[in-house]
Design a protein around this ligand. Structure first.
Ligand SMILES: Nc1nc2c(c(=O)[nH]1)N(C=O)[C@@H](CNc1ccc(C(=O)N[C@@H](CCC(=O)O)C(=O)O)cc1)CN2
Ligand SMILES: Nc1ncnc2c1ncn2[C@@H]1O[C@H](COP(=O)(O)OP(=O)(O)OP(=O)(O)O)[C@@H](O)[C@H]1O
Length: 183
């Protein structure tokens, strides 16, 4: 098994290649739509580079009366805060190439967390960017539904896990859904 650093580099280039040549739209499967009840808070994210784009899923959630929040970080070291964002509202350039919501908007904790990732495995373990941002969110909000959004090429057989890694409940890709969102 590769260590996390080697695997991150390999998954970044696989993801770049896939997004440039094949890509596609990641649609919400029925089991995910069922959770998009009016008043629920759903966290989305603005893709950076070749990250899988969750916007069709976020749009479906907003259409069903959910409140959309986006992550905000002040730096690589600081924790994530979630701020309400109405689709179409302008975003602000932040650290790490991120487009983030204004911190003037209300802060709210998500019920469903659409989570970016570099790799996921058959047990729905997740490899992120290595800052531990979502790991700390998952520890803080154990009741939230953790759904990875990824391209199908990001699935690997087995990831090395650390004590703080919290597995996802499900993963949605352009080709298939896994775990609790599987059809
Ligand atoms: N779109 C998006 N938003 C997100 C995350 C994410 O992974 N994706 N985060 C998840 O935690 C948080 C921000 N954390 C981040 C932590 C590290 C790096 C990072 O190391 N970026 C690389 C470039 C990656 C690339 O080229 O694809 C870098 O700056 O070198 C980025 C974001 C919250 N918002
Ligand atoms: N619950 C936590 N509380 C405090 N620190 C944490 C927690 N989870 C992870 N960390 C720290 O974050 C660092 C990065 O962890 P890891 O390499 O697993 O990140 P990742 O899951 O790939 O990234 P991310 O969650 O940001 O997408 C580790 O050094 C770890 O000590």
């Amino acid at each position: 098994m590769d260590d996390k650093r080697t695997l991150r580099a390999r998954m970044r280039s696989l993801r770049d290649e896939f997004a440039m040549t094949i890509g596609g739209v990641i649609e919400p499967p029925p089991a995910l739509l069922d959770r998009f009840v009016p008043g629920a808070t759903v966290s989305s994210y603005m893709p950076v580079g070749s990250e899988a784009d969750p916007s069709a899923i976020a749009f479906a959630a907003a259409e069903r009366g959910c409140r959309i929040v986006l992550p905000h970080v002040a730096s690589r070291e600081s924790p994530v805060a979630f701020h309400v964002w109405n689709p179409g509202e302008p975003l602000i350039a932040g650290p790490l190439g991120l487009q983030q919501p204004s911190t003037d908007s209300v802060e709210a904790e998500p019920d469903v967390i659409l989570t970016p990732l570099l790799a996921f495995d058959a047990a729905l373990n997740r490899l992120g960017q290595g800052a531990g941002h979502y790991d700390r969110v998952f520890e803080r909000l154990p009741g939230a539904w953790r759904i990875g959004v990824a391209w199908s090429v990001q699935r690997v057989q087995l990831l090395v896990t650390d004590s703080w890694d919290v597995p996802l409940h499900g993963v949605v890709t352009e080709a298939m859904a896994y775990g609790e969102v599987a059809a």
